[in-house]
Design a protein around this ligand. Sequence first.
Ligand SMILES: Cc1cc2nc3c(=O)[nH]c(=O)nc-3n(C[C@H](O)[C@H](O)[C@H](O)COP(=O)(O)OP(=O)(O)OC[C@H]3O[C@@H](n4cnc5c(N)ncnc54)[C@H](O)[C@@H]3O)c2cc1C
Length: 476
Amino acid sequence: MKNKSIWLDSKVNKLKSISNNLETDILIIGGGITGLSTLYQLSKNNLNAILVERNICGRGVTSKSTAKITFLQEKIYMNIRKFEGLEVGRRYLYSQIEAMNILTNIIKNENIKCDLEKVDSILFSKDNYNKLKNEYYFLKKSKVNVKLEKIKELNNVFGLRVPNTYVFNPFKYVNGLKQILKDLIYENSKVEKIEKKENFYLCHVNNKIIKCKYVIIATHYPYFIYPFLLPLKSHIEVSYLGAVKTDKTYPISAINIDENSISLRYFCKDKDKYLIYLYGSHVGANVQNINDNFKKIIKKFNFDYIWSNKDIITSDFKPYIGRVYKDDDTFLISCGYNTWGMTNSTIASVILKDIILKKDNKFIELFDPNRKFNLNKMINFPLNLLNSTKSYLISNKRNDNNKNIKYKKINGVNVAIYIDENKKGHIVLDKCPHMKCGLLFNSVEKTWDCMCHGSRFDVDGNCIEGPSNYDIKYKY
Ligand SMILES: Cc1cc2nc3c(=O)[nH]c(=O)nc-3n(C[C@H](O)[C@H](O)[C@H](O)COP(=O)(O)OP(=O)(O)OC[C@H]3O[C@@H](n4cnc5c(N)ncnc54)[C@H](O)[C@@H]3O)c2cc1C
């Protein structure tokens, strides 16, 4: 069994790094699907933009997703309708349909080989038939071609079926864009600091300076706390996934709305057929032992690949896309996709391009990061605050019964030690540099994970996923 995402099995070429001072109009920070899609839209519109990625493009959250391109998105419409009513739910739905069309047209027009496949999307439930029925009426009234029926591919469980949606390989897609845009991309180039001057920015990357007029934050979770204060507006959800060889595949992707989350799709790799299966999603704050959660999914199949992933869940279930500061078009962000980043990053790329071009876009207001919170939505605000505090407190009370992990003080410094199969000790600092939360050891993927905001580090302390912008290496 390989302890990594099935998408990360392919090798890719590395691009150049920042090694000189540079000047550009627009700097995009982050080379996941958000950054690459935005660079694509900007360069198609002849805007002068470059992208910097601190590692290798596409190896972040994007390449650990189930990669469904669909507007049938679990409980999203139920949640948005509950807080903001039918009309806002419908506007979100139309944004996702539009994004799906834009994304699949890019793949077709640019001839990107990323295993795009047309499938039916299924939303199923064993326990919540009435919720399915409500969702059916909402979609039907919104003019979506949807059926409520027994799903034959899933042992006749009740579900909604929507045709003409897609699945693909997200890593191949991002790499397809990377090849098209390679002259504009710098890898192994980490932004450490952004300085705002009168009418330009100075961004510090690899000890060099990039001078630019616009900055776009596409880092998944922003590595800075202020401005934007994302920990107060969102929480992290962690999920466990696997891929297992199978004889039979069906042209469907499916997700449930019951308590134990299940999401699945199929994928053909060379001559092998795989079922990609997600089982179990939790608020980061509620995870005390990552390995216990892995044990639950491992019982389901004899997996060939196994991994975990995390995404940002926002207080009102809509992403934050647009201006960080009201009325300032020069500092933009896109994040908080509520586990639906393939479509949301695509619609974000068009919104961000339109803001810079000062063009109207019917979705700017819907996703405005400065949108007002109404009373209904305020309910989630203290909940997020509570989750942030809870994950901080829990993270510092570790419940790890792993014999290969030790916590110690060396020369007055708190460290965590992982002892590997060859009895070699790997010493790292025991707190996440982002907000000083404690770290849990993920013995399946061999990483130190922060359950507060999602940072991850390898056993030698290299930061492999943010928001932390720093390593946790212990210096002797
Ligand atoms: C379990 C799970 C399943 C999912 N399944 C689906 C699905 O089926 N369909 C769907 O639509 N969505 C899905 N999603 C959501 C989707 O995967 C994410 O929302 C999306 O991939 C986020 O993309 P991103 O580009 O914002 O982030 P990332 O892919 O993480 O990219 C951010 C990049 O920024 C870089 N970076 C960070 N800091 C810096 C810095 N200081 N300088 C330079 N670079 C930096 C990082 O290295 C990284 O490469 C799923 C999510 C989860 C958790």
